[in-house]
Design a protein around this ligand. Sequence first.
Ligand code: FES
Length: 121
Amino acid sequence: MSRHTICKTSEVEVGLIKPVTIGRSPIILARLPSGEIRAVGGYCPHQAADLKYGCISGVTNGDTPNELTFDHAGEVLRCPWHGFEYSLVSGDPLVPAPANTKGCLRFYEVAIEGDNVIVIM
Ligand code: FES
């Protein structure tokens, strides 16, 4: 395991993707509304689209017509290719993944030291 100082904490904002590269590995940094920072593998588990071109959003829920709610704002990463959505809280896809895919986002450990974001991989 090696530690990589990536950026300042202020450079990772809620709702925005911060793409970085560690060695040859693309990584996505994202800040959850709770303030926690996630480091996620930069390729989609489905068919390896580059997630830096995706977006962070939430989900629309509702069981009754015309009564929708928007939930989990800032906690959902949407792939730019086929639109699969993954929870930045758990790493799981919001809809079960097809049988032949890895299914979940790959998380890397993050440490905050002073103002620095450290990714451990
Ligand atoms: S490659 Fe991401 S949803 Fe297909």
